[in-house]
Design a protein around this ligand. Structure first.
Ligand code: NI
Length: 164
């Protein structure tokens, strides 16, 4: 089973590669990521968060079906923005309000390799943008002012840091 990676793991700070081969290996990975996401009680999880530099993420919101996004592209964003609090399984214990477009239109492939387009608003739009950022090595605190980010980074302790 894949395991969570935590900031400042290198894989979280790098741009992920497109998924070139769709098939059982990617289906298994997305299934395992959805299981991990449920166990961790998160809303979304990107492949770099399990140590894989691939353009793939999964989303599982209450009252919605679990969704897999492979090689996703945001093709439209709303002018309207919203401020919502975000956290991240790879930066546990850290939360902040982040301003982003309120709605997005995204194109991606699902776990079966089928191309789809989805218009999302509210929490779904928010999680999609947060997870897509992960594929570009961007973390939610990168959207904050330098001062707010510094404050969060100073307080943050990686779960594995006790080992060293
Ligand atoms: Ni995250």
């Amino acid at each position: 089973m894949p395991e969570l990676t935590y900031y400042p793991d290198e894989v979280l700070l790098q741009k992920a590669d497109p998924v070139s081969e769709l098939g059982t290996e990617i289906q298994t990975l997305s299934q395992q990521m959805l299981e991990l996401l449920r166990d961790a009680q998160g809303l979304g999880l990107a492949a770099p968060q399990v140590g894989r530099g691939l353009r793939l993420f999964v989303v599982d919101l209450p009252n919605d079906q679990p969704r897999t996004f492979i090689n996703p592209e945001i093709i439209e964003t709303s002018v309207e923005e919203s401020l919502l609090e975000e956290g991240c399984l790879s930066i546990p214990g850290t939360f902040a309000g982040v301003l982003r477009p309120a709605g997005v239109r995204v194109q991606a492939r699902n776990a079966d390799g089928k191309l789809f387009t989805l218009s999302a608003e509210g929490m779904l739009a928010r999680v999609i943008q947060h997870e897509l950022d992960h594929l570009n090595g961007v973390l939610f605190w990168d959207h904050l002012s330098q001062r707010k980010r510094d404050r969060l980074q100073k307080k943050y302790r990686a779960p594995q840091s006790q080992e060293s």
